[in-house]
Design a protein around this ligand. Structure first.
Ligand code: DQQ
Length: 526
């Protein structure tokens, strides 16, 4: 799938909290449902739920951004002054990329509707030897203890992905650091890098200026245009030589950890000073065709805002939908201690399944019946395994989970489920969000997205939360250890004809310990 062919609303850009208002900018084509004419769309909110759409903040108009205002970030400078760093495309044939800045025209306008792109732009052009067509997406800048600003720009040299580090004393004159912040062979272009600190303990977020602190870990996320997924490593930033090193148990590139195992790309975080948390947004692109998008007149949505922090194990990040989403919860139903034998299907009635929030805890009496993991499957990644095993192929322990956006007679359904495999010395837990049966429509991308959940099964419990909203199912396995976003386009399971079930197709009976499901109200988009 080429996500780039249909991203009129795409990468989140420059998220920030400023004077009581949340700002979200995004890559946007104001003239159509396909990618092109890229401007910075702009929306504001006081609660991250209801959004007011404003006129675009940045549009191509100057020689330094004539062919596109591409992705970038916001930084709040001392004196409480926001500034945007973004990529400008300066010529069409060569697609030369440069970095520009923009500042609010009127700091007393609470919405910061007008932005000035001063004429001393561009402020960063590619140094000799740097690939000018892969030189983009500057990060939120931070000031080191030496008083110099730093920003990271994504790039590549041949197949080596590179995060260039640029430094400045005044935010205007930038110099490339001696070494990149980080780079890795055979990973391809690094789009939309994101670099931020996380406390070793607790769920709070930190301002990016704290990357130098000794008691924090740092996260480097890159978006790989070869696979169009977002990968991250966790490690340390070494101020002495201005480099980031992933800890030894992390790998760069496509074999590394993913923020989301589904439709989720070009993501970006920001530090929310208001609630001392770090919030992540990703671009959830469409899985329908370009023609469908033209017909709909739009394409591309933002994921739900997610709080992100370090798992106590230090081995991965955790993500959870921001608590404000719970204000949209309406009518609730609750199931308890519901036993599901092989083949059982229980409908969750009394809520609106096309727009719902579902939280489930499953339990099982033992792990004995877990299906042995065939060594020949070792060559499969989670997605391949999910597409072979699916939700209907009988297993030992699992598949069990929920069927979202299901039509009455199950002609269509998007199952989100676990399968547990027995390995030599431990277990492998697969979480799938399988779009393969999601729609009777043929020309759709219907992947069996999946990830492996690193979980201790001694409690014999697994938990799942899925947020369902017509064409999107965003799932969080085991408290946000594995997140999967699927875009699906049912033809029968729509509005009041959509159903929600809990199911088990494993030989071991399992129990729905608790299931809470809410109808979700519509936020205001105005
Ligand atoms: N989208 C932008 C680029 C970025 C890409 C262009 C990622 O700045 O690298 O619309 O989706």
């Amino acid at each position: 799938m080429d996500g780039c062919s249909n991203n009129p609303r795409a990468d989140p850009n420059g998220p920030m909290f400023y004077n009581g208002i949340y700002h979200l900018f995004y890559q946007y084509n104001p003239f159509g449902a396909v990618w092109g004419n890229i401007v910075w769309g702009h929306s504001v909110s006081t609660d991250l739920i209801n959004w007011k759409q404003l006129k675009p903040a940045l549009t191509p108009s100057k020689p330094f951004d004539k062919y596109g205002c591409w992705s970038g970030s916001a930084t709040i400078l001392p004196g409480n002054k926001p500034i945007i760093l973004y990529t400008g495309v300066v010529d069409e044939s060569q697609r030369t990329e440069v970095q520009n800045y923009a500042i609010p025209a009127n700091l007393s306008d609470p919405y910061l509707q007008d932005w000035i792109k001063p004429n001393d732009n561009p402020i960063i052009v590619a140094d000799p030897g740097v690939n000018t067509t892969a030189f983009r997406d500057p990060t939120t800048a931070w000031m080191g203890r030496d008083g110099r600003w730093r920003t990271v720009i994504g790039s590549r040299r041949s197949h080596r992905g590179i995060a260039y580090l640029y430094k400045s004393k005044d935010f205007k004159k930038w110099v490339k650091a001696k070494h990149p912040l980080h780079s890795a062979p055979k990973t391809g272009n690094w789009e939309c890098p994101d670099f931020f600190p996380v406390p070793v303990q607790g769920t709070n977020g930190l301002d990016v200026s704290l990357v130098e602190k000794s008691d924090v870990k740092c996260v480097l996320k890159v978006s790989l245009d070869t696979t169009r997924y977002d990968y991250y490593t966790i490690g340390k930033y070494y101020p002495k030589n201005d480099r980031y090193m992933p800890d030894s148990n992390f790998v760069d590139g496509m074999n590394g950890l993913r923020l989301d195992y589904g439709n989720f790309y070009a993501s970006k975080t920001f530090f929310d000073q208001r609630k001392k948390r770090r919030i992540l947004w990703g671009w959830t692109n469409e899985s329908d065709t370009r023609m469908d998008d033209v017909e709909k007149g739009w394409a591309g949505i933002q994921s739900l805002p997610r709080k992100v922090w370090l798992d106590p194990s230090g081995k991965q990040l955790l993500q959870w939908p921001i608590e404000e989403l719970e204000t949209l919860r309406g009518h609730k139903v609750h199931l308890k201690s519901q036993k599901l034998k092989k083949g059982n299907l229980v409908e969750v009635k009394g809520i609106t399944p096309a727009q719902a929030d579902v939280e489930v805890v499953f339990s099982f009496p033992s792990l004995d019946k877990a299906e042995p993991f065939n060594p020949s499957w070792a060559k499969f990644d989670a997605q391949e395994l999910c597409s072979r095993k699916g939700s209907t192929v009988e297993g030992g322990l699992g598949p069990f989970g929920i069927l979202t956006l299901a039509s009455k007679n199950l002609e269509e359904f998007t199952p989100v489920f676990f399968r547990i495999f027995k390995m030599k010395n431990n277990f492998k837990v697969l979480l799938c969000s399988d779009a393969s049966r999601s729609s009777l429509k043929k020309e759709l991308y219907k992947p069996s997205f999946a990830g492996f959940v690193d979980v201790d099964l001694s409690s014999k419990k697994l938990s799942l939360r899925s947020l369902i909203d017509h064409s999107v199912v965003e799932s969080f396995g085991q408290g946000g250890k594995v997140c999967i976003t699927s875009r699906v386009y049912p033809t029968l399971a729509v509005f009041n004809d959509a159903h929600l079930f809990a199911f088990n197709n494993g030989t071991e009976a399992i129990s729905v310990e608790t299931l809470d499901a809410w109808s979700m109200k519509q936020p205001l988009i105005y």
